[in-house]
Design a protein around this ligand. Structure first.
Ligand SMILES: [Zn+2]
Length: 83
């Protein structure tokens, strides 16, 4: 599995969206606006799927709030999900 990442517009840091997926499923994520809590600037960021990318390897930070639950994704912290 890969980690779906976006970039924090405030700090330029990479932010994990809380979504784990694979390259095939990533292309099937519906186009829409998603929100992810950013641990760097402590705000929620809105992002579009075409702004996100897949990261391979170890997670470098603690999972933040996952706000998108799709049938393509496996949330790491179910208690943090907003459905
Ligand atoms: Zn941020």
């Amino acid at each position: 599995m890969c980690l779906l990442m976006v970039r924090c517009p405030q700090t330029g840091e990479e932010v994990w969206t809380g979504i784990e997926t694979d390259p095939a499923s990533f292309t099937n994520i519906p186009d829409g606006l998603f929100y992810t809590y950013c641990p760097h600037c402590r705000h929620d960021h809105a992002w579009w799927p075409d702004e996100a990318w897949l990261a391979y390897g170890m997670l470098r930070q603690q999972p933040s709030t996952a706000v998108f639950v799709g049938n393509l994704c496996v949330p790491r912290a179910p208690s943090a999900l907003i459905s």
